[in-house]
Design a protein around this ligand. Structure first.
Ligand code: FES
Length: 605
């Protein structure tokens, strides 16, 4: 008896309910109606349950009855002890399995690269595409009929979704959920935002060691993702608005019992999705991407949303551009009063106020409610009954936090391919600003200078950091909220115009122009700027320019020398050769949908 039996060998596959005495062969892949009870999705793509597979499952203590004729559901779990945002995933995966079993599926947990924001060096963004590749190949290379994607910490949402979109089997996204509000000495603390704020106060000498330790212990009080509207909350909201999560799942706090119930429901639903053959290409359409972008703008999203949204959309074959996002940013009011763009509240408050469903209900005239979702229903059907319970947290369109301005895209001779700013999160006096540049080539060089209390700097200066983009960082680090020089902090200044080709954390704020493209490391015009040159930002006209003559720029361009490559081997080498620029989403060129045909399911012989 062969160890592996070919499904075909010229013979039609058997149907479920007619098991081969040795091989549990199911129906052929081209069976037309997946709702037919004899359809066996285990062999959806040419994967008969074979002796070796089944004997190895029995090695784990399962009986044939546990898996025979059942959809195999992979649970891609990004748990790690160094991903504190996902600390509850070891328990939650049991809830998912419970749901899968209840619905008649067979669940297998698969550990996935746990790209975390706090500990991954030099930056988690370097590894988003590695997670996407791993997820895609893990799904393709294993006998999975559907997947539950467990993520939440910033890059895990786009990474898992990008990979699963390319793999193409039915999938549902399970967001980790935000952690509880921070608390110290009677004050509510917000992830990231308050860390930056109190760090400036500490640098100004206004915070004692004991207070600093108190803040350290109180700012992250439970499992879950950052509880401001940072990148994690933005990206899970985007997945929700794309129709990839159970409705409103992104708002449920990580440690709320609702989160456990939602996890079990993910398990039940993915089994149904397999039987319905509800693949992600039917969900992530142009309408779904547009819905997600509108919702992102209305939540006061992280600037990182731009990069990830473009990359995710393109994996689904949707050509979303920076200009599309700028256009939506101009007309979408910011109605989530959640920090850092909002003023007073955090994600826990947002959930109690009705969560993302309630916010989307406010926007329903702007959304395409016919978009299909993982529930098998339309977005409009999912939003039925959604209500706002606190209209100071989720504002009506008639009383927004800001009429527009979650994100804006600027262009000019400093950033011909675009740069991004968050107008709502900076002092409006910087929306039009002109001043002398103070330019640094590396973070260490800048850090040394800004800690010098005698630094010759005024509030009108424009602080510039370069070599911090996708290739220069390397990996596009979140350095873009450049620290205010100590000399200005001591005088009470807390904001100034800052420009870089870096990203910034979604929890950051201030007059920071980010994602300058093309980046300086590859010879973008930012590489030609010198200290003392005049820089002008004109946000209403979406311009960012250096006021230098074309002749002078041409002369500097001739003098510019390309820096040494950052990597000579390994993953970093591959990253350097294939990552695209910020305006293109920073996916690898060869992973983009239009690069070539996706590999099919591997044959088994
Ligand atoms: Fe994980 Fe912020 S560190 S979401």
């Amino acid at each position: 008896m062969p160890e592996f039996a070919s499904k075909t060998e010229g013979q039609p596959a058997q149907r479920c309910g007619q098991p081969d005495p040795h091989f549990d062969l199911g129906p052929s892949h081209d069976q037309k109606d997946p709702r037919d009870p004899t359809f066996c999705p285990v062999v959806r793509a040419g994967r008969p349950a074979q002796l070796r597979h089944r004997s190895r499952m029995m090695q784990l203590g399962y009986a044939e009855e546990d898996f025979r004729d059942k959809p195999v559901i992979g649970i891609l779990n990004t748990w790690s002890e160094l991903n504190t945002c996902h600390a509850h995933f070891r328990e939650r995966v049991q809830d998912v399995k419970r749901g899968v079993l209840q619905a008649g599926g067979f669940a297998v947990e698969m550990p996935s690269l746990s790209v975390d924001e706090s500990f991954t060096k030099p930056t988690s963004m370097l590894y988003r595409n590695l997670l996407a590749m791993e997820a895609e190949e893990n799904i393709r290379s294993h006998p999975l009929d559907g997947v539950v994607l467990m993520g939440g910490c910033d890059k895990t949402t786009p990474g898992l979704v990008m990979g699963a979109l390319s793999a193409g089997v039915p999938m549902i996204y399970l967001p980790a959920g935000p952690m509880l509000r921070g608390n110290y000495a009677g004050k509510i603390l917000g992830s990231g935002s308050d860390a930056w704020k109190y760090w400036d106060e500490r640098r100004a000498g206004n915070i004692t060691d004991a207070e600093w330790l108190g803040i350290q212990g109180g700012i992250a009080r439970s499992a879950g993702t950052c509880m401001t509207m940072g990148t994690a909350s933005t990206m899970t909201a985007i997945a929700d608005a794309m129709g990839l999560t159970l409705p409103g799942a992104s708002s449920i706090p990580a440690v709320d019992a609702d989160h456990q119930r939602m996890s079990a429901e993910c398990g039940r639903r993915i089994v149904e999705m397999v039987w319905e053959d509800l693949t992600p290409n039917r969900i992530v359409t142009e309408a779904a991407c547009r819905n997600a972008a509108i919702v992102a703008m209305a939540t006061g999203c992280s600037t990182n949303a731009v990069v990830h949204l473009i990359a995710m959309a393109r994996r689904a074959g949707v050509k979303l551009t920076l200009d599309d996002l700028d256009a939506l940013g101009r007309v979408t009011p910011l109605i989530a009063n959640v920090r850092p763009s909002g003023k007073d509240y955090l994600m826990e408050d947002f959930y109690y106020a009705g969560g993302l469903r309630a916010l989307m209900k406010q926007l329903d005239e702007r959304l395409d409610l016919s978009a299909l979702t993982v529930t098998g229903k339309t977005m409009g059907e999912n939003l039925e009954g959604a209500q706002v319970y606190n209209d100071d947290v989720i504002r009506p369109l008639s009383n927004p936090v800001y009429q527009e301005g979650s994100l804006a895209v600027v262009r000019g001779n400093l950033c011909p391919d675009g740069a991004v700013i968050k107008p709502a999160a900076c002092d409006p006096k910087y929306h039009v600003h002109q001043g002398p540049a103070l330019v640094f080539d590396s973070y260490p060089e800048m850090k040394k200078a800004i800690d010098n209390e005698d630094l010759d700097v005024t509030p009108d200066h424009v602080l510039v950091l370069r070599n911090a983009g996708p290739l220069g960082g390397p990996g596009f680090p979140e350095w873009g909220m450049l620290p205010i020089p100590k000399a200005l902090i001591k005088k009470g200044h807390r904001d100034m115009l800052r420009i870089s080709d870096a990203r910034m954390s979604g929890t950051s704020y201030g007059a920071c122009v980010l994602h300058v493209a093309p980046e300086s490391y590859v010879g973008g015009p930012l590489a030609l700027l010198k200290t003392g040159d005049t820089v002008r930002l004109d946000l209403p006209n979406r311009r960012l320019d250096m006021l230098i003559s074309e002749d002078e720029l041409a002369r500097r361009r001739c003098e510019w020398k390309a820096p040494e490559p950052r990597f000579e081997r390994g993953y970093g080498y591959m990253f350097s050769r294939h990552v695209t620029q910020a305006d293109q989403g920073c996916d690898f060129d060869f992973l983009q949908t239009d690069f070539g045909r996706t590999a099919g399911e591997p044959d088994i012989f």
